[in-house]
Design a protein around this ligand. Sequence first.
Ligand SMILES: [Zn+2]
Ligand SMILES: [Zn+2]
Length: 307
Amino acid sequence: LKIKQFHYFGTGAGLPSLFRNVSAMAVDFENEWFLFDCGEGTQQSIIKSPYKMSRLTHIFISHFHGDHLYGLPGLIATMQLQGIDHDLTIIAPKGIQAYLDSVFQVSGTKIKRQINFIELDPLKTATNIYTHSSFTVKAITLSHRITCFGYRLEMRQMSGKFDNNKANELGIPKDQSRKMLIQGETITLSDGRTIQPSDVVSDPIYNPHFTYVTDTRVCPEISELAHGTDYLHHECTFSNDEEELAEISGHCTVGQVLDIAEKAEVKQLHLAHFSSRHDKRTFRSLIKEKPFQIFLTKDDFSIEARL
Ligand SMILES: [Zn+2]
Ligand SMILES: [Zn+2]
């Protein structure tokens, strides 16, 4: 898997407003996509977008505040009504299964599909919590008012491209030997010639990583999780003169986030989770020139993954 695009369904903090829905975003791998947080109304935004619920395979919930969670039961129930029945993995703080069970129990809904729950207890250091053939997920507890996790998708690096024409020229038989070269093994042909993988396979292709950090004050855990990530999604709730409010409510100001991203040496920063006190101009005016690309996201907005 390689990230192709990011899409923002909701970019507001706390409560929906006329212009911003509450938190939800997609990481798109073309044939499947992952949802990060699921505030109320997310399913309508998904329906309006090019994203199909039938390709959604993993859902990550950062924490249980309503603006990140209340859309989840509705989304799962809708997928069932649409007949979507492939396996779904939900990664969230401990209690997610009990929450969904109670909603579905009181509403008399029986969810038939297989849901694989990964429930997390607080994590003091960045820890591997999930391994897939194409990526691993690291999580750490951030600093918010309730337990909140940051997630990092460490993508598996991709092997280089096999040059079929060159392999034919060198007379490499179309059998196991090609597979061995792709896997990095040196082979000897029947005529005694030795072929190195580098003769027919290009250098490995870098596969960028993604880190999702929302609803947190400034804390060392962010850097521990995000250091060296290529794409960083970060909350950006308040303006720079609201540091005290940010501290009390467990959030960050624009200036704090720019500092965090710079120290973490990220390549691209995506800002979201904006307080409804401010419109876009306030946030835009606080963005400073930095050695990385910065996107102020908005609802129904996509960013192509080009790194
Ligand atoms: Zn929030
Ligand atoms: Zn919160």
